[in-house]
Design a binder for this molecule. Structure first.
Ligand SMILES: NC(=O)C1=CN([C@@H]2O[C@H](COP(=O)(O)OP(=O)(O)OC[C@H]3O[C@@H](n4cnc5c(N)ncnc54)[C@H](O)[C@@H]3O)[C@@H](O)[C@H]2O)C=CC1
Length: 390
């Protein structure tokens, strides 16, 4: 709970802090990585540091958290924190690292707000920081406790590497030691750690694309991002027989149990979590009404086309609509539009794809009468939605 003393101070300084977050966050990361270069090895993404996305995401989440506390001092924004905690847990973040972040973040705040900061302002923001950190630490402890093992990383051997649409590859892995394996649920992801050519270790999150409930296999599908650092290594260097380090499965945008209708609205490589959901529904003989809406550049670009169409055929209640940017007979052309789609009123809608796609589909679904709480979306990488919403 934000104290009565701090609330007016946060309210009064939020606009100024918001304005200066653009300089506070790079100052913070520079200080932290100078003092702790080891944090870039296997924890923070170097690519997202270089392109500034990590800075924007951190700034966005702090601003969102503080704004929430000013409006509702007695609660925390559960959904925002849950998403961050799942990502943190997949990276193996530990409690002591919050102390490190605090030290350098507050040194950066002191420097960037030197002209206005007082002891009261620093104290009020310290309170906000620890409200957020303590809430995250608590959720992360709960997530770690739910795993079948107490390891942050375990070795998995690549047993298959197969093409899956233009520029996409599916990896199938099996445990390379006898650590107990946590069963995942559809929609969850694992962090995958690889060693880059210059020796630095880097992780990325990939949604499991099939067989989530297996204790002997992990399956994920990636699209090569030539501007990125990890997917080119996975696509070009990693071969069958190699061993990768994987986290336990995390992610809170998961398929809800029940009988209600489901809508999966996906674009591009964002089809992976819905592919695992379809596989799981088909394997369990589900008779739920399932509407699969997918947007792609072309049919050939659709990763997991075969797997998804097979599973849709196995499901009596499922149907598919495609939007292709390359005009193709028999399919909708251009970007996805829900205008002529009759969404079941009580549907749970799962949206995954590039950010502009998710924003567009979420708004269209809400305009069509789906309550915002029933529109779930998964953001890969730093949560720039949050950053851009503030
Ligand atoms: N949930 C997430 O956070 C996801 C993020 N991404 C990000 O997006 C990047 C591109 O993913 P790709 O599969 O290469 O996507 P892409 O660039 O191939 O686009 C896939 C489809 O998304 C739709 N789309 C793209 N821009 C749109 C817009 N402005 N409005 C409406 N629809 C739009 C189009 O139908 C397009 O064919 C990835 O590298 C990743 O960073 C991708 C998938 C999931």
């Amino acid at each position: 709970m934000l104290s009565e003393k701090s609330r007016p101070i946060i309210e009064a300084t939020l606009p100024l802090v918001g304005e200066r977050l653009g300089s506070i966050t790079p100052n913070f990361y520079n200080r932290m990585f100078t003092a702790h270069p080891e944090l870039l090895d296997g924890l923070f993404s170097r690519a997202n540091q270089r392109n500034g996305e990590q800075q924007k995401a951190l700034a966005g989440s702090i601003a969102a958290f503080a704004s929430h506390l000013v409006a509702n001092p007695d609660t925390v924004p559960e959904q925002v924190l849950s998403r961050i905690a799942h990502k943190h847990a997949s990276l193996g973040i530990t409690e002591d690292q919050y102390q490190i972040v605090y030290k350098y973040l507050f040194e950066a705040i002191a420097e960037e707000l030197a002209d206005v900061i007082t002891a009261e302002i620093a104290e009020a923001w310290t309170e906000v920081y620890w409200l957020m950190a303590d809430a995250l630490i608590k959720i992360e402890k709960g997530l770690y406790a739910r795993q079948a093992n107490d390891k942050m990383w375990t070795p998995w051997k690549v047993v298959e590497k197969k093409p899956a649409g233009i520029g996409c590859v599916t990896f199938v892995l099996e445990p390379a030691d006898d650590t107990p394996v946590t069963v995942a649920v559809p929609g969850q992801f694992v962090s995958v750690k690889v060693t880059l050519p210059d020796g630095l270790r880097q992780c990325r999150q990939y949604s499991l694309s099939a067989d989530v409930d297996s204790t002997t296999r992990r399956v994920f599908t990636t699209k090569r991002d030539d501007g990125g650092e990890v997917s080119p290594v996975l696509h070009n260097n990693v071969q069958v027989g190699d061993v990768l380090e994987l986290s336990n499965p995390y992610g809170d945008v998961t398929l809800e149990d029940g009988d209600g209708p489901l809508v999966f609205a996906t674009a591009g490589i964002g089809c992976t979590p819905s592919a695992s959901a379809l596989r799981s529904l088909a394997d369990n003989g589900s008779d739920r009404e399932v509407m699969v809406l997918h947007a792609e550049k072309s049919l050939e670009a659709w990763a997991l086309r075969e797997q998804m169409t097979e599973d849709i055929e196995r499901l009596d209640g499922a149907n598919l609509q495609l939007w292709l940017e390359e005009p193709t007979d028999g399919y909708n052309s251009g970007f996805m539009s829900l205008q002529d789609i009759e969404l079941p009123a009580d549907a749970s809608v799962y949206v995954c794809g590039p950010l502009p796609f998710m924003k567009s589909i979420r708004s269209q679904a809400i305009a069509a009468g789906i309550p915002a709480t029933k529109v779930h979306y998964e953001v890969f990488g730093p949560d720039l939605w949050l950053a851009s919403a503030n």
